[in-house]
Design a protein around this ligand. Structure first.
Ligand SMILES: Cc1cc2nc3c(=O)[nH]c(=O)nc-3n(C[C@H](O)[C@H](O)[C@H](O)COP(=O)(O)OP(=O)(O)OC[C@H]3O[C@@H](n4cnc5c(N)ncnc54)[C@H](O)[C@@H]3O)c2cc1C
Length: 429
């Protein structure tokens, strides 16, 4: 089934059908809002995986989507960090175990395309939600509504737009929300690997002078028992050189970089090269628009924070909008969206800057910076409460988690609003 008329009305338009947009759309529809999610569902494999931490898993479990991914993920029971910068002052290696904070695993790792495809299937089967595979070509904002024109001629009117349309967000730009952007002299090379030795559910980060080189456990596949994903940050020059290498030589370079930790390595399927950049939106909301995911914040893939942060955006947005509706308030009103902005700002600021500092501390070989990094890691490895606080912060974050991420989420399922009456379940291309 498709959008039935060229003109569709909904409570909420979600722009973007990446992991952030699809997750937000499912959560908002389950909360009883009528939702149209517009975007291209990209299910191409590019060697990228996402490690989803405890709070994100709770979110997906609360939405009932997690069973869909059973058997497609690998648990991260331990995270090891090994200094390979050659710093003059020895920097200690550290290993964190999820059991230290009473968890079986910090989270689960899954191929990005498997996650997106699964979320798209779930979105297509979710009541109150239309997944429309197309692109928004223009959007305008009235006093009471937003109007989106799609490239295929459809028009959507909604009370609120959620901009989850990625780093070059059209919706953010049209809403007049500025950004602060910066770049890093790094390219991330990603690949799925099969290897001789088991990963034992340990994610290992080698900290090098060009950034981390990280091995993250992956589920076994047919005839391939031992699998991991690789995220290797390197200079643009090295990325160009390695892109041109025959596969066998590239596999040997990976094996050498990770000290043969997993034995002989083979690259399994297509990989990817991603230039590293940072971006922070000046505001998380504008007139009848809320930003979510990479439309709001971008930083390099250190400590696997990006999508986890985006899912906290979604969970917080659902809560703010549910609360506004319960009070009879307009979900697109400035006061409602200001509450979303307020609740998300510090988490986003902390992650963006934390990742930036860690990344730059690796790139610099200035002795005092090395000293501080070494002292920090030493403190985190030796001081129990600090160590556990860091682990909790990584997977559950400080402060109050949104309702959907608490251990027993308190959900109420109000009846669908009238605006949804013209919308059925659909996914169309
Ligand atoms: C190498 C690498 C490793 C990573 N590892 C992790 C990890 O382990 N853990 C983690 O939490 N995060 C990780 N991340 C970050 C995570 O992958 C991203 O945060 C996440 O994929 C971004 O999702 P998104 O939906 O916000 O953006 P995108 O995936 O970019 O999706 C944007 C969507 O918007 C659509 N769109 C764009 N313009 C329009 C328009 N005009 N109309 C309609 N739709 C539009 C696009 O087609 C797309 O569907 C990693 C990132 C990289 C690069």
């Amino acid at each position: 089934m498709s959008l039935r008329t060229p003109e569709t009305q909904a409570d909420i338009l979600v722009a973007g059908a990446g992991a952030a947009g699809l997750s937000a759309a499912i959560a908002l529809a389950q909360a009883g809002f009528s939702v149209v999610c517009v975007g291209h569902v990209d299910t191409r494999a590019n060697g990228r995986t996402v490690a989803l931490f405890e709070a994100s898993l709770r979110f997906y479990k609360a939405l009932g989507v997690w069973p869909h991914f059973r058997g497609k993920t690998a648990p991260l029971a331990r995270i090891a960090m090994i200094d390979a910068t050659g710093a003059r002052l020895p920097v200690p290696s550290v290993c964190f175990a999820a059991s230290e904070i009473d968890l079986a695993a910090f989270g689960e790792n899954i191929e990005n395309n498997v996650l997106v495809e699964g979320l798209a299937d779930i979105a297509s089967a979710t009541g109150n939600l239309v997944l429309h595979e197309g692109m928004i070509s223009d959007i305008s904002f009235d006093a009471d509504a937003i109007h989106a024109a799609l490239a295929d001629g459809h028009c959507i009117t909604a009370t609120l737009a959620v901009a989850a349309d990625g780093r070059n967000s059209l919706v953010r730009t049209k809403a007049g929300i500025g950004t602060r952007s910066w770049t890093y002299p790094q390219i991330a090379f990603t690949a799925l690997l099969s290897h001789a030795k088991p990963h034992r559910n340990i994610s290992t980060e080698f900290h090098t002078r060009s950034g981390p080189c990280t091995l993250v456990p992956l589920r076994a596949a047919e005839n391939k028992l031992n699998r991991s994903s690789l995220v290797w940050l390197m200079s643009a020059g090295e990325a160009e050189r390695r892109r041109a290498l025959p596969q066998l030589l590239l596999e040997q370079e990976i094996e050498a970089q990770v000290d043969s930790l997993l034995g002989k390595i083979e690259i399994d399927g297509p990989g990817g090269f991603f230039p590293m950049a940072g971006m922070s939106a000046n505001r998380l909301s504008g007139h009848r628009v809320a930003l979510c995911g990479e439309a709001a914040h971008i930083f390099p893939p250190l400590a696997a924070q990006g999508l986890n942060l985006s899912l906290r955006d979604s969970a917080a947005l659902v809560e703010v909008l549910e609360d506004a509706r319960a009070l009879g308030a307009d979900i697109g009103a400035a006061t409602t969206l200001k509450a979303y902005d307020n609740v998300r700002r510090s988490d986003i600021f902390l992650r963006t800057n934390g990742v930036d500092i860690l990344n730059r501390s690796l790139l610099s070989n200035f002795f005092p910076v090395d000293f501080l990094r070494g002292a920090g890691l030493f403190a985190f490895s030796m001081i129990g409460p600090l160590r556990r606080a860091l682990m909790r912060e990584g997977v559950l974050t400080h402060g109050t988690l949104p309702r959907l991420m608490r251990e027993r989420p308190l959900r109420h399922f109000p009846p669908s609003s009238h605006a949804s009456s013209s919308i059925g379940m659909s996914r169309r291309g």
